[in-house]
Design a binder for this molecule. Sequence first.
Ligand SMILES: Cc1cc2nc3c(=O)[nH]c(=O)nc-3n(C[C@H](O)[C@H](O)[C@H](O)COP(=O)(O)OP(=O)(O)OC[C@H]3O[C@@H](n4cnc5c(N)ncnc54)[C@H](O)[C@@H]3O)c2cc1C
Length: 417
Amino acid sequence: MRRFSAFALAREAMRGHSGWTEQWASPEPRKTYDVVIVGAGGHGLATAYYLAKEHGITDIAVIEKGWLGGGNTGRNTTIIRSNYLYDESAALYDHAVTLWEGLSQDLNYNVMFSPRGVLMLSHNEHDRQGAQRHIHANRLNGVDNEWLTPDECKAYCPPLNISANTRYPVIGGALQRRGGTARHDAVAWGYARAASARGVHVLQNTTVTGIRRSADGRVAGVETTRGFIGARKVGVVAAGNTSVVMDMAGVRMPIESYPLQAVVSEPVKPCFPCVVMSNTVHAYVSQSDKGELVIGAGTDQYPSYSQTGSLSIFNHTLDAIAEMFPIFRRMRMLRTWGGIVDVTPDRSPILSKTPVPGLYVNCGWGTGGFKATPGSGHVFAHTIARDEPHPINAAFSLDRFETGRFIDEAAAAAVAH
Ligand SMILES: Cc1cc2nc3c(=O)[nH]c(=O)nc-3n(C[C@H](O)[C@H](O)[C@H](O)COP(=O)(O)OP(=O)(O)OC[C@H]3O[C@@H](n4cnc5c(N)ncnc54)[C@H](O)[C@@H]3O)c2cc1C
């Protein structure tokens, strides 16, 4: 694989860019692999990459029913932050932010990580108390988070309306300066390219239709639309389709799948310098490098496997955006789409071994797993390679829904997820 560098760019510019090779290989599947990963989203591809890089396991296939990154990875609003309340969550998400900071160099691929700061607004006393509880807890965990007054919020994000006479008055905000955004497609492409360079097979347009178990109950491989593929170990990283795939192995998951939407506006010149989130009214906004406003909302209220969502959710979100940022009132929205998010009862992910020997699952990221992509892949690779969790994901086991040791970020956020 040709490395990207200023020298390589200059050389290719001189010869009409004829020397670039394919970013990743598209091989025919082998009959068996050491490890099969189901799902070529960011988490599945990152798992394969770290298995190869950190554990020397390269006999891996990542099997994807569509195109890589075509699930939630290529559909999200790209917000990255680690200011979660509980110690376990802070450790997991901050591990990811630390990896984000060096990811472009590690992958030799520009994932456009932009730590422009994430400002989470408070509109009432309940919000303020919740935000300050998070700030104190984050500081104890070494995670940056600070309280801004309304004037400081305005200075950080000039388009914000902080007048008291509004439907959603801003009484302050919690700012994580290390938070920000990254280019979601580039994350999938960068991991695929780097994994492929280490010998990983990425098999697109190949659907897993069954999970085969041997007589002793151990996983033996997967049935696919391109035939049976044997594997010593199988990692399921299928986001909104997790329940369907795990059911193939007879494992019932504590997951509900909901549509979650995003919308982008027409592009305008740079005018929005950071990410602003309002959990209470469920509206998030940032500006992409192309100039579009990237706006996110809450999930639909009903479980579904549809990749479009309800119009009512967007009406509400755009109402709120127009109220908080009056300069956007006359912007036209260009596109909207949805993804299927996998939601657990405590709104925390599952990165775990399963009751089936050789079968592992990484899911339950719900509305917020993009930010965790590098950290998730890193600790899940450890779990698969060593057959035991990394200390960072030990608490995110499947059996917490039997033992009751929840990591209840849903209640901690005090908003409908
Ligand atoms: C609209 C929206 C906005 C979001 N905003 C944010 C945000 O701002 N910040 C944030 O942190 N998170 C956000 N998220 C959540 C985030 O996108 C996800 O948590 C994350 O991308 C999950 O990554 P993944 O690799 O696990 O899943 P995916 O990218 O969905 O990958 C799973 C893959 O599995 C494949 N698959 C499923 N079944 C099979 C099968 N039977 N055979 C083969 N392949 C299969 C799918 O095709 C898919 O490509 C958002 C999500 C959505 C939908």
